[in-house]
Every structure is written in structure tokens, then in C-alpha cells.
Design a protein around this ligand. Structure first.
Ligand SMILES: *[C@@H]1O[C@H](CO)[C@@H](O)[C@H](O)[C@H]1NC(C)=O
Ligand SMILES: *[C@@H]1O[C@H](CO)[C@@H](O)[C@H](O)[C@H]1NC(C)=O
Ligand SMILES: *[C@@H]1O[C@H](CO)[C@@H](O)[C@H](O)[C@H]1NC(C)=O
Ligand SMILES: *[C@@H]1O[C@H](CO)[C@@H](O)[C@H](O)[C@H]1NC(C)=O
Ligand SMILES: *[C@@H]1O[C@H](CO)[C@@H](O)[C@H](O)[C@H]1NC(C)=O
Ligand SMILES: *[C@@H]1O[C@H](CO)[C@@H](O)[C@H](O)[C@H]1NC(C)=O
Ligand SMILES: *[C@@H]1O[C@H](CO)[C@@H](O)[C@H](O)[C@H]1NC(C)=O
Length: 278
């Protein structure tokens, strides 16, 4: 009996496959009311058609490393041990490279609260984000030997995405307050039978990076107002490459920002963690 059902299901699958192969429109042929079908949208000019992005340009060369004392107000040197003991409020991208350790002390805020701001820490030694301390930025990249993120700590890139890749805006058009897009199209909660589906979809899909090495910002949500941009920001990007041990007792966030009641939410960004042991 079970075998019969299996065979029946298999034949049904074969028939479906053959039907689809010979008549691709079978999926979307029902009627116009069926027009939320993804297949219809692929042939729509409003939809970006190129889903195999060209390989990204090589990254620009690194700027010289920031200094532990002069640029970051810390104690020590990045080639031995740099300790951040007071809040750091950055206003632009920072690149930190050295042969030593980097410790952010308990409760310290290491922030660059601008859209698309980037903090890179590339050290041969160990990294600690201590109890209740936080890193807030659009992109956080860490290369370290050991890395420990203590209880109550947070790496927060929520809603701080920079610009989307050039292939797509990712951001919804119109003023329906739709959500941002990422791997797929964003959604819109507007119920309006007089509008075409393509007028109320959320943000376009985009993917600059691969699934194996995600490295895309989320996109912004739409607004409901021409004058004020209520859309939530896209989520940021986090990448950590840890040679030995990654101990994560804190939070790592790349959420889309909230659009409140007058805007769509942003879509989430990317988190990519790689370690010998986690
Ligand atoms: C950080 O700097 C920005 C821009 O200069 C400023 O708007 C913000 O209030 C500062 N935040 C803190 C906590 O000092
Ligand atoms: C880290 O620094 C090394 C050289 O010290 C460089 O080759 C590498 O590209 C850097 N990685 C990142 C992510 O910046
Ligand atoms: C950094 O974290 C490691 C591992 O949890 C711990 O053994 C070490 O004492 C910490 N160092 C500092 C300076 O916080
Ligand atoms: C961390 O924050 C929690 C909750 O706010 C607090 O109870 C705890 O005492 C803090 N720990 C340290 C070491 O500051
Ligand atoms: C990395 O962490 C592991 C586990 O705590 C420890 O055994 C090892 O000595 C650390 N490596 C360095 C270079 O601190
Ligand atoms: C981590 O922090 C939370 C809240 O700050 C607290 O409830 C929890 O007991 C802490 N866990 C450990 C292992 O310290
Ligand atoms: C993360 O950042 C967002 C936006 O700045 C903020 O609303 C949120 O409270 C932060 N989350 C944590 C856990 O710090």
C-alpha cells in the first residue's frame, strides 16, 4: 500500500514536471487574479532581471591603522595590547590592524552611529568585548586569534546599512510603506484591489554576495509620506574570522530597522562567522 502510494505520488510528480517543462505558463495560467506569481514578475520590466551579479570590484587598499591612543583614546598599542576603557564615538570608518590584543572594557560603548559606517579590527592577538559593552556600526569586521563576547555585550548593526549594490535599489518604490527586500522581494500589507501587484510589492531582491559568504546590507523600507522618510533602515553586516576560539555570550544583530506605523521595516543584513571552534 505504502509502495503504491509512493509510486502514485512519483508519477504525479513526473506528470507535473512534464507539464511544467512543456508548458511553463501552467504555473501562472489560471487568471489575472493569480498575478502575484513570481513567474509573471520575472518577465516584468519593473523587476530587475539580472540575478548573476558580476564579481565585485577588488576592495580598495586599507588605510593605515588607527592608533590606539591618538585615534581611539585607548591605553597601550595595537601591536602589544590596546585597551579601550572609555566610550568611543566615531564619526567615520576606522581600520585597526596590529600584532597584539584588543580589549573593550566592561560597559564601554564603541560606536559609529552613521549609516554604512565601517569598523574593521584585524589583529593577530585576541579580542574581548567585555560585559555590557557594545559595538554599534553599519559594518563590523573582525579578524583575530581568539575572540570573546561576554554576557550582556552586543555587536549591533541594526538599521545602519549603507548603500545597496548598484544592480538594484532594494528599496520599495511608491508610498505604501512596504518592507525592504533582500534575498526575495519585500512584502506590502496594503490591501487595495484597484492597484496592480507590482505597485504594492516591497523592495526588490538583491544579492551581491553568495550564500556561503553573505556580505550584503539589508535594504530600506518604504515610507508613507513624500516629505518624511519613515522607512526603517536596512540591517548591517557582520563578519568575524577567528583563528582559534570564538566564545559568544553576547548578541550579534543585523536586523532591519523598524519603520514604526508610518513606514515599512528594513530588511535584515548579513552575519558571517568563521572560527576553528565556536
Ligand atoms: C556621537 O557623535 C555624533 C556626531 O558627532 C553626535 O550626534 C552624537 O550625539 C554623539 N553621541 C555621543 C553618545 O556622544
Ligand atoms: C588583515 O591584515 C592582513 C595583513 O596584516 C591582510 O593581508 C588582510 O587582508 C587583512 N584582512 C582584513 C579583513 O582586513
Ligand atoms: C579576555 O577574554 C579571555 C577569555 O575569556 C579571558 O581569559 C581574559 O582574561 C580576557 N582579558 C581581558 C583583558 O579582559
Ligand atoms: C551588566 O548589566 C546588567 C543589567 O543592566 C547589570 O545587572 C550588571 O550589573 C552589569 N554588569 C556589569 C559588570 O557592569
Ligand atoms: C585561545 O583560547 C584558548 C581557549 O581558551 C586557549 O587555550 C589559547 O591559549 C588561546 N590562545 C591565545 C594565543 O591566547
Ligand atoms: C547574563 O546577563 C543576564 C542579564 O544581564 C543575566 O540575567 C544572566 O544571569 C547573565 N548570565 C551569566 C552567565 O552571567
Ligand atoms: C541596536 O540598535 C538599535 C538602533 O540603533 C536600537 O534601537 C536597539 O535598541 C539596539 N539593540 C541593542 C540590544 O542594543
Amino acid at each position: 500500500m505504502a509502495r503504491f502510494q509512493f509510486n502514485f505520488a512519483f508519477i504525479a510528480f513526473l506528470i507535473t514536471t512534464i507539464t511544467l517543462t512543456t508548458n511553463p505558463r501552467a504555473l501562472s495560467s489560471d487568471s489575472e487574479s493569480d498575478s502575484f506569481s513570481i513567474i509573471d514578475f520575472d518577465s516584468n520590466l519593473l523587476f530587475h532581471q539580472d540575478y548573476s551579479p558580476p564579481s565585485p570590484p577588488p576592495p580598495p587598499p586599507h588605510p593605515p591603522s588607527a592608533s590606539c591612543t591618538d585615534d581611539l583614546g585607548g591605553i597601550g598599542s595595537i601591536d602589544t595590547a590596546c585597551q579601550i576603557v572609555t566610550d568611543v564615538n566615531l564619526t567615520r570608518d576606522v581600520y585597526i590592524e596590529g600584532k597584539g590584543d584588543f580589549y573593550i572594557h566592561p560597559g564601554v560603548r564603541f560606536h559609529c552611529p552613521n549609516f554604512g559606517c565601517s569598523i574593521t579590527i584585524n589583529i593577530s592577538g585576541n579580542f574581548n568585548l567585555s560585559v555590557n559593552s557594545s559595538i554599534l556600526t553599519g559594518t563590523f569586521e573582525l579578524v583575530a586569534n581568539n575572540a570573546s563576547f561576554f554576557n550582556g555585550s552586543v555587536v549591533n548593526t541594526t538599521g545602519l546599512a549603507g548603500d545597496p549594490p548598484p544592480q538594484t535599489s532594494g528599496t520599495p518604490q511608491g508610498l505604501e510603506g512596504a518592507g525592504g527586500g533582500h534575498g526575495g522581494r519585500g512584502a506590502c500589507c496594503l490591501m487595495d484591489k484597484d492597484k496592480l501587484p507590482e505597485d504594492v510589492w516591497g523592495g526588490d531582491a538583491y544579492s551581491w554576495s553568495s550564500l556561503q559568504e553573505p556580505c550584503s546590507y539589508g535594504s530600506k523600507g518604504g515610507s508613507t509620506s513624500k516629505e518624511v522618510d519613515y522607512g526603517g533602515g536596512g540591517g548591517g553586516r557582520v563578519k568575524m574570522t577567528v583563528k582559534e576560539y570564538l566564545v559568544l555570550d553576547g548578541a550579534v544583530l543585523a536586523d532591519g530597522g523598524s519603520g514604526g506605523v508610518k513606514g515599512g521595516g528594513g530588511s535584515g543584513g548579513s552575519i558571517h562567522l568563521k572560527a576553528y571552534k565556536m
